[in-house]
Design a protein around this ligand. Structure first.
Ligand SMILES: [Mg+2]
Length: 291
């Protein structure tokens, strides 16, 4: 991590905790988090990733302390739900195209319409890549409403990216899809502009939220950061966006988050301290509401 970037990371986690508490005391309030790279270390393959134990336990506690606790992930909602493994946790998946809570699912019609095209586009990219000799270390992940191509494990990731993107652009044109990029991945999505930002905005209005904290680590989380800033600027909703940063964090995550914390362990510790502090408030207040 360079000095300029390190200087942008909050070294005092307690200061971040205080800022979060100020937001979360505006009820109803929500803590929302991405999974991969935020509460789960990036693994070589998506199947190998696991949620940080402290983050998991803190999210369970937070569910009893604030109004909404949710995951906002690029994974399929069911996959995210299975990974976090907390009963009744809200799970917004496929970047906002679907939701699950307490076993009840909702899918955006535009996502459902794209299911056939996503599968066909992934097949076409794979076939073209194989003809070009780009095979080793490429993972094709069909998440039904979106698809992800992972090239982190390719021998020459940037060479693989160039070929795969060219193929993906052709396939996306043919099947009416659009492409977004992240850390050693790109994704095929329906043409409709649904993203983590629109999903969070919908949740805020449905739940009447007055305070929202959201943590994320990648380009697709920046849509969420932008929504939090917009609702705050609108004057109605207190918010704080937290960039969870590590060596390969895209610049835009630094630029558009409100505060930065250093990696998954710090994000987990932040959640634990939030649960500790929210838990102690009622007990520490006297009959006049004074501490
Ligand atoms: Mg992530």
């Amino acid at each position: 991590m360079g000095d300029a970037i390190a200087a942008n990371v909050e070294s005092d986690l307690d200061a971040v905790v205080e800022r979060c508490l100020a937001v979360l005391r505006q009820r109803p309030s929500a803590v929302l988090s991405d999974i991969d790279g935020t509460i789960s270390e990036i693994a070589s393959t998506p199947d190998e990733a696991t949620v940080h134990r402290d983050a998991h336990d803190a999210l369970v506690r937070l569910m009893g302390l604030i109004d909404v606790v949710g995951i906002v992930t690029g994974r399929a909602a069911e996959a995210g739900e299975g990974m976090v493994a907390i009963p009744d946790l809200l799970c917004i998946g496929n970047h906002g195209l679907e939701r699950r809570r307490a076993g009840v699912s909702w899918e955006h019609p535009a996502g459902v319409s794209a299911v056939t095209g996503i599968a066909a586009a992934l097949d076409a990219i794979r076939a073209g890549a194989e003809r070009a000799g780009i095979v080793e270390g490429i993972i094709y992940e069909n998440k039904r409403l979106t698809g992800t191509v992972h090239y982190r494990l390719a021998p020459e990731p940037e060479v693989a990216r160039a070929t795969l993107l060219r193929l993906a652009e052709a396939a996306s044109d043919r099947h009416g899809l659009r492409i977004t990029e992240g850390r050693f991945i790109f994704e095929l999505r329906p043409m409709v502009i649904i993203n983590k930002g629109t999903a969070i905005r919908d949740l805020i209005s449905e739940e009447g939220l007055k305070g929202v904290v959201f943590m994320g680590d990648d380009v697709t989380d920046v849509d969420g950061f932008d929504t939090l800033r917009a609702v705050r600027d609108g004057g109605d909703v207190a918010s704080l966006s937290i960039g969870v940063v590590a060596s390969e964090t895209p610049r835009v995550v630094y630029d558009r988050s409100d505060v930065r914390v250093p990696g998954v362990p710090a994000a987990a510790t932040l959640l634990v301290r939030l649960a500790d502090r929210l838990d102690e408030i009622p007990r520490s207040e006297g009959p006049d509401g004074q501490a």
